[in-house]
Ligand binder design. Structure first.
Ligand SMILES: C[C@@H](O)C(=O)SC[C@H](NC(=O)CC[C@H](N)C(=O)O)C(=O)NCC(=O)O
Length: 291
């Protein structure tokens, strides 16, 4: 039989259910900054984050710093990348913001402002809703939405990305990555719809906030924001699912499951239909990295 006529391998329903059964959580968001010490100073003093760890990879000419509100073993954190000699990046129009939940947005914003933060939106109710929010930009221009919540186990609570077709994206994140659509909000007066995608309660853990602006199907990506990393208990099984479904859902695999040369941590990487990257990271390898 000619290769093109071969019967396609049909994945078992058990395999396709795996992403929903896997124990997954958002580990970190990776993005590039122009001055690592400047961002560390601002995030620690202005936002109250902790510097969790740093590493320098001179042979690859970059350094990383991990910061967050709690330990990486249990909380979503940011992974900053500094590429030697590069002090400026283009954030593009597609990346939206990271969000920080806090019991007092007004107090939080005053402190961030006093430490040099650029308050691009003063605290007050969100247009079309009732949550108290504000926006603060960091030294590289990344936006942080500050959201009022009485308490939260995971203060770094959202990564917002703009997408060109919300249903296509929801389908992708459900089937390829096993997320649930936790909440959908349509604000016709503001001409946008949001979908909160994640693995557990939106108010307990970090979620991906997908934003569709009516009629806007394309955005620029720039070169600043890189990806989110998500844990998996079995990177090869996750890789098999991704191989079966990614293309038909409009995504693309950028790295097959396997160890990262030089580091050894096993990952599989894919792009969603808008080109946003997610890396699934073997949980055991990730925990080893932290030791
Ligand atoms: C949790 C949720 O309710 C929000 O906080 S939404 C925040 C809101 N988002 C948008 O407007 C998204 C659409 C926008 N055109 C975009 O692409 O960013 C927001 O930012 N509101 C601004 C305000 O001043 O209220």
């Amino acid at each position: 039989m000619a290769e093109s006529e071969a019967t396609p391998v049909v994945p078992s329903s058990e395999l396709l259910e795996w992403p929903k059964k896997d124990k997954r959580r958002f580990l970190h968001a990776v993005y590039r900054v122009g001055d690592l010490d400047r961002t560390i100073k601002f995030y620690t003093e202005g936002f109250g984050m902790k510097l969790l760890r740093k590493r320098d990879i001179p042979e690859e000419k970059y350094s990383n710093a991990f910061l967050g509100f709690g330990p990486e073993e249990s909380q979503f954190v940011v992974e900053l990348t500094y590429n030697y000699g590069v002090d400026k990046y283009d954030i593009g129009t597609g990346f939206g913001h990271f969000a920080i939940a806090t019991p007092d947005v007004y107090k939080f914003v005053e402190n961030a402002r006093a430490k040099g933060g650029n308050v691009s939106r003063e605290p007050g109710p969100v247009k079309g809703g009732s949550s108290i929010i504000a926006f603060v930009k960091d030294p590289d221009g990344y936006a942080f939405e500050i959201i009022q919540r009485a308490s939260t186990p995971e203060p770094l609570c959202q990564v917002m990305l703009r997408v060109g077709d919300l249903d296509r994206s929801i389908n992708f994140y459900e089937k390829a990555l096993g997320m649930k659509m936790l909440r959908k909000i349509d604000r016709p007066e503001q001409k946008y719809t949001l979908a909160m995608m994640g693995y557990a309660d939106e108010y307990e853990t970090t979620v991906l906030e997908l934003t569709y602006n009516y009629g806007v199907t394309e955005y620029t990506k720039g070169n600043a924001y890189a990806q989110v990393a998500i844990s998996t208990e079995d990177v090869y099984k996750s890789g098999e699912v991704v191989n079966h479904v990614t293309q038909e859902l409009g995504g693309k695999i950028t790295r097959q499951a396997g160890p990262v040369p030089g580091i050894g941590t096993k990952i599989v990487a894919l792009l969603d239909p808008d080109g946003w990257k997610t890396v699934l990271v073997d949980n055991e390898d990730f925990l080893k990295e932290l030791k």
